[in-house]
Design a protein around this ligand. Sequence first.
Ligand SMILES: [Mg+2]
Length: 122
Amino acid sequence: MTARPTVLLCDDSRALRMLTARQLSEAGFEVVAEAGNGAEAVEGYREHRPTVVLLDLVMPQMDGKQTLQALLEYDADARVVILSSLGAKKDIEDCLRMGAASYLQKPIDPEAMVRVLRGVAG
Ligand SMILES: [Mg+2]
């Protein structure tokens, strides 16, 4: 059996992180780090080098776009999946253009999340 793909989960909602971490773990991913803001996400990325980052778009201080930029500056090959709310079409397009691997819309459908993450993890 190959190693489980690792995930860094960044969202300012603790409730969302708890729910999503459980769903990911049940689906065979290993959540190696959780982050409640962009700075923590960058720090967690440096420390754990996860296969995939799940990154919330709307966060106080450093938003998802700024965090995406920081992650890609650190590692141009970082695989980042954006978590967005409905109606964030322009932001999603910006993120994909910047180098995000994919995106998911909230409320997150667990099956879609697993499918997208497996695709991105390769
Ligand atoms: Mg948020």
